[in-house]
Ligand binder design. Sequence first.
Ligand code: KIV
Ligand code: NA
Length: 264
Amino acid sequence: MAKISVSTLAKKKQAGEKITSLTAYDASFAKLFADNGVDAVLVGDSLGMVLQGSDDTLAVSIEDIAYHTRCVRAGSRDLFVIADMPFMTYNTVAASCENAAKLMRAGANMVKVEGGEWLHDSIRALTQQGVPVCGHLGLTPQSVHVFGGFKIQGRDQAQAQKMIADAQALEQAGAQLLVLECIPSALAKAITDAVSIPTIGIGAGNQTDGQILVMHDLVGISAGYIPKFSKNFLAETGNMPAAVQKFCEDVKSGAFPGPDHEFN
Ligand code: KIV
Ligand code: NA
């Protein structure tokens, strides 16, 4: 597989070719994903839930993400690796730079931050200093206590308009990729049309430029239940490489996510 960069992802959006992405936390899965068609992996702070067993992502530290980023990078030199900035590690411009540096030195190609227009100065500083940034809007799990639970976002008109404006503000600040989580499909499409950077959806319908799933959801072993927007690809394929290939194939054809996996 050729090395994937931020410009590979931008070209895919222009060509109308879907971007495939999964979370990864270790070398073995990173290699499996790289070998079976995944474009980008996210060392997500979802590891607080799926690896550490917490109810939310707030306890994850920058050292946790740096450690798992090193593990993932050891599994593949070619994968595009996005690393999550954990809760409260980008609350100032200085903190953003200091913490992002730890993840880039651990082998990340890009860092991801949750939030809208308020991140402008941090994103500007990061990109100026050589750190590519991915934004994240919608159900941003670090704000679960503000939302009052893991709830679909952007359902009313005012919220939807604000999210479109936030997406544009993130692009303006220098963000080069945008994750959209658990929002109505029509809003995800509107945001995808309103920005020129690629959008990657999770629980956001099939009209974003790409899709991401938490790897534990893809194989049906997340603690407790499979979210509505996800699908157990292992159940229908019977082995891990085939499950990853089927996910990539279905994302590229637009078959996944289907009507059963989206919010209106
Ligand atoms: O932490 C994570 O896994 C994420 C994805 C669900 C987008 O942020
Ligand atoms: Na995350």
